[in-house]
Ligand binder design. Structure first.
Ligand SMILES: Cc1cc2nc3c(=O)[nH]c(=O)nc-3n(C[C@H](O)[C@H](O)[C@H](O)COP(=O)(O)OP(=O)(O)OC[C@H]3O[C@@H](n4cnc5c(N)ncnc54)[C@H](O)[C@@H]3O)c2cc1C
Length: 593
């Protein structure tokens, strides 16, 4: 539903003044705002964001008796959750775990997700910095959330829980279930999956459309294309939360929440300045965010809440080299190269994605170079990994031997890619995959649109290596690539193939020369995936301020919340249900304006 100007004027003159001020700062105001004297809309609970946290929150609040308005920036519902892999590691004794004889309990989930002794082969701990209160709430509500999803129309692939696609989900038992798309159209293709895949593939297309349908059936009201830009408290930085401001195509809409506001805006990977507070290297060229262009993560939830004194929390989890926060590109020659997400012609957002990308099946077929045309690492190197079932084996909870038994084996492809070119700039700059027409044949690629993004500057070709280097001109290539450098890199690599040894970076036996024109350069810059730190919340998903006090009437969950290093859907859906129920249980404060 969208509102017209007349709808906005339900409370007289104050709104007209608000409208006259027009658009509000983007992504959200970092300044606390005076609450309006007149409101455009009024409900019990306002939920901001319609993704993995927001839709469950909205349904739970509505079913608990509150009137609910779901405010969503995009013209469509579902957020990153819609395009996700639909792998949902909810455990603690679900009906499916019981069916397959997997013994799990809330206590085991809690122990797993707070075990200090589990570290990755790169030395990073998955669980050490998790907030105990937040994890306890997740552990206690995990199995119930799984049953809640079933009851609200989500169909899971009919097989035992496994370890596929979940990350940092605990070492002790199998927990991951997979959402089946059934007849829902896949947002990546615009069509339903083929008959066999409808019940066997795992996708967020099997999670969000049924929840969307359940929310509409329950009577949740939607405001699409409304972007929250501020949260109002009684006085700008103190007192109860009264509501939000949203921007609808330049017009401000002030929405009062009689009981509570739930922030479910999904993190900050898309906000360059915000993400650089955690990692200064993450400059503008990291523009290939997983989940985009379906929805963005611009940190507006965190920024609006910080403006009214909310605290951030658990920041290590964001920079920890664990799981999929930062990933190696899986498709090259496109801006959006996240390994598990391909945009196909037919997708409703393909005009924004512009290209599908070339899926790399064997990194022996390319070399990777930086802006200066220099190799920097073994191209077959992996991205970060994460702990999962039997990631440590043998495993004894909290035992010093767990860390000792891990074979130290850091994989630093991503760190080398982000290292920069030795000048005073942060960020590694674009990373280019360089290959020849023999590689195209081996990979069975068709290096032309819509498979690659030529117009956007994410793919180039030329008849010589030197010409190729000269052609690489695009907005993130802030220095020209010296043709001699690229020629030298290709020539040296070819000699390595000749002798069967990579003397520079130890690539296991380099296999293929790069020598048959045409030559190609395809965007292969690391991809940002998800957010694992955000606003401080307690076990009820209430937002906590810089003094450790609850901000009355404000809730948060999912990627916008901190204290929990678990990847994705399980924590988001679980916290959504918790926040929705808690928000609805607040008493309506009609006395506060
Ligand atoms: C390609 C991909 C694959 C993934 N696969 C998996 C997987 O298999 N398993 C797993 O556990 N996790 C997976 N994830 C992660 C998971 O999808 C996310 O962690 C989860 O969706 C986050 O939920 P959320 O509610 O916090 O945010 P989202 O689901 O992104 O929802 C946030 C919503 O808020 C809206 N919004 C943002 N700002 C505003 C604002 N100011 N005003 C109004 N609305 C706003 C957004 O448009 C969006 O609709 C995947 C993610 C991606 C991108």
């Amino acid at each position: 539903m969208t509102m017209n100007r007349r709808d906005l004027l339900i409370r007289g003159g104050g709104t007209a003044a608000a409208l006259a001020t027009g658009a509000v700062a983007s992504p959200a105001s970092a300044q606390a705002q005076q609450p309006p004297t007149q409101w455009n809309r009024e409900v019990d609970v306002v939920v901001v964001g319609s993704g993995a946290t927001g839709l469950p929150a909205a349904i739970a609040a509505k079913e608990a008796g509150a009137s609910v308005l779901l405010v969503e920036a995009q013209p469509h519902v579902g957020g990153h959750a819609r395009v996700s892999g639909g792998n949902v590691p909810l455990g603690g004794g679900t009906s499916v775990q019981k069916k397959y004889g997997i013994e799990d309990s809330p206590d085991l989930v809690f122990k797993d997700l707070t075990d200090w002794s589990v570290v990755q082969p790169n030395g990073f701990p998955d669980y050490r910095y998790n907030d105990r209160e937040v994890i306890r709430a997740f552990a206690d509500n995990s199995a119930a959330t799984f049953e809640w999803l079933l009851a609200h129309g989500v169909v899971f692939v009919d097989k035992p829980p496994d370890r596929r696609g979940g990350s940092s989900v605990g070492n002790s038992v199998l927990r991951t279930m997979h959402c089946a798309p059934m007849d829902w159209p896949l947002i990546q293709t615009g069509r339903p999956a083929n008959a066999e895949a409808r019940t066997t593939m795992s996708t967020g297309n099997g999670l969000m459309p049924p929840l969307d349908a359940a929310a509409r059936k329950a009577g949740v009201e939607y405001l699409l294309e409304h972007k929250m830009t501020a949260i109002y408290r009684q006085s700008p930085t103190s007192g109860r939360v009264l509501g939000i401001a949203a921007d609808n195509k330049g017009a401000r809409v002030d929405i009062r929440a009689r009981r509570a506001v739930i922030i479910a805006t999904g993190g900050h990977t898309g906000n360059v300045n915000f993400r650089r507070m955690f990692d200064p290297r993450l400059t503008e060229e990291y523009c290939g965010l997983a989940g985009m262009p379906y929805s963005d993560q611009d940190g507006s939830g965190e920024i609006a809440a910080m403006a009214i004194n909310a605290s951030l929390w658990g920041l290590f989890n964001q920079t920890s080299e664990t799981g999929s926060g930062l990933t190696k590109a899986g498709q090259i020659g496109t801006q959006y190269g996240y390994v598990n997400l391909r945009w196909m012609p037919g997708s409703p957002v393909f005009d924004k994605a512009r290209a599908t990308g070339l899926r790399v099946t064997d990194w022996q077929n390319v070399i990777l170079v930086n802006m200066l045309g220099q190799r920097f690492y073994d191209e077959t190197g992996r991205q970060f990994i994460a702990n999962n079932y039997k990631g440590v084996d043998p495993y004894v909870h909290g035992h010093y031997l767990n860390a000792k038994n891990v074979k130290y084996d850091p994989n630093n492809l991503l760190n080398a890619a982000l290292a920069g070119i030795g000048d005073a700039h942060n960020g590694g700059g674009p990373i280019w995959a360089i290959f020849d027409s023999d590689a195209v044949a081996r990979e069975k690629w068709e290096p032309k649109p819509p498979n690659v993004d030529v117009d956007g500057g994410f793919f180039f070709s030329a008849d010589t290596v030197a010409e190729l280097a000269k052609k690489i001109v695009m907005k993130y290539q802030r220095v020209p690539m010296p043709p001699g450098n690229l020629e030298a890199a290709v020539g040296r690599y070819n000699t390595f193939v000749d002798v069967g040894r990579d003397y520079d970076f130890g690539k296991p036996r380099p296999l293929h020369m790069i020598r048959k024109p045409p030559f190609y350069a395809a965007w292969s810059t690391p991809v940002l995936h998800d957010t694992r730190a955000g606003l401080r919340i307690n076990g009820r998903c209430q937002v906590v301020d810089m003094n450790g006090e609850v901000i009355a009437g404000l809730y948060c969950g999912g990627e916008t919340a901190g204290g929990f290093g678990l990847h994705g859907l399980a924590r988001c859906t679980c916290q959504g249900v918790i926040a929705g129920k808690q928000a609805a249980a607040e008493s309506a404060r009609a006395d506060l304006r």
